[in-house]
Write a protein that binds this ligand. Sequence first.
Ligand code: ZN
Length: 586
Amino acid sequence: MIYLGKLKLRWCHACNVPVLGERCGICQGETEQVQLTPPGDVRPAFKHDRELLREVIMRQFGVAFVPDVVILNDAPAVDRMDEVIFDGRVAGTLRYDIEERRYRFLPRIWYARLLEPGRGYVVADEGAVQPILDSENLMAPGVVDVSDDVADGDEVVVCNPDGAVIAAGTARMDAGEMRRSNRGMAVKVRRKGTPEMVPRERPSWDDVLDANADILDGIVGEAMSFIRSTAASHDMPLAVSFSGGKDSLATLLLVREAGYAPPLLFVDTGLEFEETVGHVHDIAERFDLPLHEEHAGDIFWETLPFFGPPARDRRWCCKTCKLGPTTRLIDRYFPDGVLSFIGQRRYESMQRSQKGRVWHNPWVEQQIGASPIQHWTALHVWLYLFRKQRDEGVDWNPLYEQGFARIGCWCCPASDLSEFELLDSRRWEHFAGYLERYARRHGCSDAWLEQGLWRWHTPPDWADDPGEQTLERELGVEPDDERVVNMLACLGPVEATSDGYHVGDISIDVGENGIEVSPSERAAEVRETVDRALHCTGCGVCVGQCEVDAISLTDGRAWIDDAVCLHCGVCSDLCPVVVFGRRGSR
Ligand SMILES: [Zn+2]
């Protein structure tokens, strides 16, 4: 289990509100820790989430109860899985089933008791009740009654003869079979018990803000002093990296509260939602802040045929569509460096949890990054934004209201399948068409497409799938290409010979059957350099890496000024074409 920090969600049971600290701001009473799955990056359920919950629970049990204040906890799973929390405890788990392509709700007993299901129930006879409470499954002879809708594989609840829920689990037969059979397992029991039910007052989000008022004041004050002291200790201009997501909005608002009016840095990867681009412009206008933008254009679509589908373990697009433009942006506006406040949180990932609160970006030479919200959970961010909306009318990206919990590129391979389901189908079909053609060429299974296995280069543990076939390399090398000769400069000074070239200590002979490199152990470097020249995406990562500014982009591709180049080769080490290569070919 990844453990990124202590669980921060607590509850005041007297006021029935979530509290992110030891004391409730309404009654001043002590709060209790909520038992949930780590890491615990809890967030509020928006209207869309609550409607989805209501729909799924209704489909399974014929009734549903979803209050206004519901907290969701993203738990590690194959696809989306959220623990659903209210009344200070987990009411159940909402998970997306990638084989059925639909959601399931797995209730806890106390919640099932609250519901009193009208469908999806099985009644056990008196003699079966105690064995179930002692951890046994419900066998067919112990079934007294069952609702007609129950099908094999459904999530069901088990009631005692009085109709009170005593267990929840998965049906292993359909209703007819349960009635007929006198052998076999009817319900595989997952949870059981007879918890006491306490009637509760249900709070509003305003109550939650009151209960957390002092805690919010505390973290906002701390973030403001962090921003001021970081700004004071770095003698460079300030900016805020603004992606259009909630974390960057909170960061911007904090930097403003600390007394600064920073320019916003925004990179349009070409894969942004229209809502995100619109929101970025709205915020810049509303706060009258300069907006420094850079666009990746169509680089994703232009280079997709070479790199292949982006994958979680092969994120070439982050380099070509995000990093390259970021480098160009900072080079243009802040050639002498910039301190950029970035809304990164350690709860987001292991990688981010290990990073300090101020860091130097190894990919973007002139940028110092600093996060005022490094230790916040998503709920801290949202409570801060709720308060800003209530007090000042600040709006967030509308996509959060439409079921998106994270916002980035719409085809990001880090997305869950359930997130792709939210996309406009026309947009999705274009990309799906590409994936289908790729799958045909590489002999991929149906599951590769249907379960979204293209999102991994090396298939994940849970996938029972061979993945994709390796293709022969199909690189047509044209050694006299002007760009190839130019690019070879990164390996050493280039000199033409009667048979080809000398590049420093390397000799390259160009023959009818291709090229011959000696010494042969440098052949790989030469081949990478040729790849770089022929498949340069024009992302500009190398431009930012070169210490002596020897590289520029001409006609959208990298070009080395031989008179300035030190032949150090650093530019090759970070080139996406060299780092990632062609998918399925090595
Ligand atoms: Zn209280």
